[in-house]
Design a protein around this ligand. Sequence first.
Ligand SMILES: C[S@@+](CC[C@H](N)C(=O)[O-])C[C@H]1O[C@@H](n2cnc3c(N)ncnc32)[C@H](O)[C@@H]1O
Length: 296
Amino acid sequence: MSATETWTVLDLLRWTTAHFGKQGIETARLDAECLLAHALETKRLSLYLEFDKPVEEPERARFRELVKRRGGQRVPVAHLTGRKEFWSLPFKVTPDVLTPRPDTETLVQAALGCLPGLASEPEARLLDIGTGSGAIALALLSERPRLRAVATDRSAAALALAGQNAEALGLADRIDLREGSLFEPLAGERFDLVVSNPPYLADGEAAGLEPELAFEPKEALFAGPEGTELLQALVAGAPLHLEPGGWLLLELAPAQAPVVAGWMRAAGFENVRSHDDLARRPRVVSGRFARTEGSA
Ligand SMILES: C[S@@+](CC[C@H](N)C(=O)[O-])C[C@H]1O[C@@H](n2cnc3c(N)ncnc32)[C@H](O)[C@@H]1O
């Protein structure tokens, strides 16, 4: 990609796709399109209308720098552009939060199935623990106008970003962001739906992970020696914060689904089942708590 030649949009996409492919990046073409659109300050799909357009040197220099960081250092695309689409909504992301994953849309879909349909929608309360960018809570609020959410995180920086995303999406008036660990900031409160995509990797799994995960905050990924520590705490604590008949939905690693489902049944949850992600692996476990458990 020398600075003196003429390069069109399509030339740049072809060259970069091949370059990323050689470096083992599975989403080579998509990444090339996202980064070129970012460098040209346009939408990805607009590139398709401009394949033959020559790209001038200042934009090319900006693109070269992005390609270098993506290919050489494996910096995730979302960290280079500062944006990630989730549930077809634009989210701002920074190194302070986990970049929302397509897998997590399985949780949003399953949660919508637990809420009454739009036509008959009563007011309902949602709790999202470990909200990060706010992805899950804000996606659900965008789908249900009478839903209100409390979203928590241990990270103040993550909550600040979730607040910015809520403002940008016009949903800030229906979300209450609170700092603290697990159920700590929720004494005495009950919800119709409790959802969480907690850290669920075991500390020992760090070595075998894809290089991009090195750029994500460790507190968003690792739960402890077993990986299931936070999932177990969420199952144990949720009954005190659910309305009778309320639902708990947890994202997890596929191999954790049977054990977490077992904990939920033992804790008194009914209708316990798992939900598959797009790769047909169990990604979410849900259950309904019909009783009222103690007082929080
Ligand atoms: C896997 S990320 C999920 C982020 C977001 N919900 C999503 O699905 O994209 C887990 C989040 O949980 C937060 N977290 C980790 N331990 C926590 C704890 N004990 N209590 C509350 N939040 C915690 C992390 O800061 C991080 O934002």
